[in-house]
Design a protein around this ligand. Structure first.
Ligand code: SLL
Length: 216
């Protein structure tokens, strides 16, 4: 029978991401206030609906908002707003009491503007949402037996839930993260490490040669 005893040496990682989508306001809405964009900010995992372990998500907006603290108690854990500037949102994730876990704090930078041309080469289309996805992980160190069982029942223990292949479709609302993307990043890091090691070796040899020259 699972209990509230903590599982020594066990750690479970839940990959998650925060996101935002933004589009410029048009027509009357744009003229009636100094707000320039409508946007959505949210929090999700890769294992589908996370309400089995998450009780609520609190988004703390910039102090220029009248009520900066917004609580979302049900999935999708997302919030729709309008505004004029980019800023960092504090995303506080609260777990069900049965999890016996402290709230987790993540940060998401709300992006409103495209900082690059469209991947097709032309300027960013006016009505195309600007998106920002940030990957993060919730790590449960020594979870209670009860919580571990809940995580296992929802396929979290032992699987990252990340899609295997890179996402190449057109749905702007889907995050780009995948096992393939992670592997490509690891390959890039390994290649860079090899190059740096090579340069260190060459510099050492050069230093040695110069020292020899000095002695002779
Ligand atoms: C900036 N550092 O200066 C940022 C702050 C704050 C954005 C951006 C508030 C909307 C409202 C709003 O959009 N704040 O007034 O209700 O760009």
């Amino acid at each position: 029978m699972a209990s509230n005893k903590r599982m020594k040496g066990v750690s479970v990682t839940l990959p998650v991401y925060t996101y935002n989508f933004a589009t410029p306001l048009t027509g009357k809405k744009a003229n009636d206030s100094d707000h320039t964009h409508k946007w959505t900010v949210g929090f999700k995992g890769f294992h589908g609906d996370l309400s089995f372990c998450i009780k609520k998500v609190v988004f703390r907006l910039h102090d220029t908002y009248a009520n900066p603290v917004r609580t979302i108690e049900e999935p999708p854990f997302e919030l729709h707003e309008t505004g004029w500037g980019e800023f960092e949102v504090l995303v506080k994730v609260y777990f069900h009491p049965s999890a016996n876990e402290k709230a987790a704090q993540l940060y998401h930078h709300i992006r409103l503007h495209p900082y690059q041309d469209d991947p097709s080469g032309g300027p960013w289309p006016k009505d195309k949402p600007v998106t920002c996805f940030l990957y993060d992980e919730l790590v449960f160190n020594e979870p209670t037996e009860v919580f571990y069982q809940i995580l296992a029942d929802n396929n979290v223990a032992g699987s990252s839930g990340l899609p295997l292949r890179k996402y190449t479709g057109k749905d702007y609302a889907l995050p780009p993260f995948s096992v393939q993307m992670e592997q490509e990043e690891l390959d890039r890091l390994e290649k860079a490490q090899r190059e740096v090691n090579q340069q260190i070796l060459q510099l050492r040899q050069r230093k040695l040669a110069l020292e020899q020259e000095k002695i002779n």
